[in-house]
Design a protein around this ligand. Structure first.
Ligand SMILES: [Zn+2]
Length: 81
């Protein structure tokens, strides 16, 4: 990823403001869940799109009765009758 040169100070509670330009670029809004992970000594923050309620996959998610379900599990559910 290209360095943008934006610097922020962390406060005494560990909070930090994500620059508005970056939030706008990724479509991150107030109240959105974010995922943190450590990667080679850096903290990587990505929008958390949620995970499948059954297998915890984060790919091909669809919403079913307010729950996130991946397409594979959705197909399995459809075939159970
Ligand atoms: Zn699944």
């Amino acid at each position: 990823m290209k360095a943008t040169g934006v610097s922020r100070c962390i406060d005494e509670l560990g909070r930090i403001v994500i620059p508005k330009s970056m939030r706008n670029k990724l479509g991150i809004n107030s109240g959105d869940p974010l995922e943190f992970r450590l990667e080679d000594g850096s903290i990587v923050i990505t929008p958390d799109k949620g995970r499948c309620s059954f297998c915890l996959s984060d790919e091909g998610l669809e919403s079913f009765k307010g729950k996130s379900v991946c397409r594979a599990c959705l197909n399995e559910l459809k075939s159970v009758e």
